[in-house]
Design a protein around this ligand. Structure first.
Ligand code: ATP
Length: 190
């Protein structure tokens, strides 16, 4: 599932419509401090359903809408679209390209769209579940999070890797099964 492009309009420092194309082999976005690199990852997190604005380095919802400059007026809405190549059908939709859009207005209204059709946030979460892009996935890791991983104790780091590898739920199931076996053993003894 290749990421094809990111389209931003009115999101943080991206006042004009900006399209970032992710051609195959692209591995980095570089630029001077404060030029908006982190705003790109913030936009991705947001469109994928991030609901805590603090994780996008803001205080309140409207902080992600272009707030204007000396020469430009603030915008009334922010819109981000992320487009995936879905020819491998990894996303459960019968379409070769999937565009996920999120929009927010200064009035507080917001909406989500999948391929330009209005949907609920839950639909986006369901679409992305088990693709590695769902909630709490490690597909997008902030700079401070890398620091936390490197400085964590081996036991803590192990939990992170197990979570990424998707085996946490098997461990939980195993513990549950062992508890039930122990309980059955006790019943048999009785
Ligand atoms: P660093 O390398 O320090 O992480 P960066 O290149 O990742 O920097 P960002 O932190 O993504 O840069 O961008 C910060 C820029 O975005 C600042 O210039 C800030 O003024 C601008 N910015 C953030 N929110 C808004 C907003 N709502 N409206 C207009 N500009 C904004």
């Amino acid at each position: 599932m290749q990421l094809l492009r990111l389209e931003l309009k009115g999101f943080k420092s991206f006042a004009d419509k900006t399209v970032v194309k992710f051609s195959p082999g692209m591995t980095a976005v570089i630029g001077p401090n404060g030029s908006g690199k982190s705003n790109i990852t913030d936009a991705m997190k947001w469109v994928l359903g991030e609901s805590n604005v603090r994780n996008l380095r803001g205080q309140k919802a409207e902080d992600i809408i272009f707030s204007g400059t000396e020469k430009r007026k603030p915008m009334s809405a922010a819109e981000v679209t992320l487009v995936f190549d879905n020819s491998d059908q990894q996303l459960d939709l019968d379409m070769t390209e999937v565009a996920i859009t999120r929009r927010i207005y200064r009035t507080g209204e917001s909406e989500f769209l999948i391929n330009k059709r209005s949907c609920r946030l839950k639909d986006i979460h369901l679409l992305l579940a088990d693709t590695g892009l769902g909630r709490d996935s490690m597909a997008i890791i902030g700079q401070n999070r890398i620091d936390a991983i490197l400085n964590s104790k081996p036991e803590e780091r192990r939990l992170i890797f197990e979570d990424v590898a998707g085996i946490s739920r098997f461990k939980i199931n195993k513990e549950d099964a062992l508890r039930r076996i122990a309980s059955t053993d006790r019943n048999m003894e009785r």
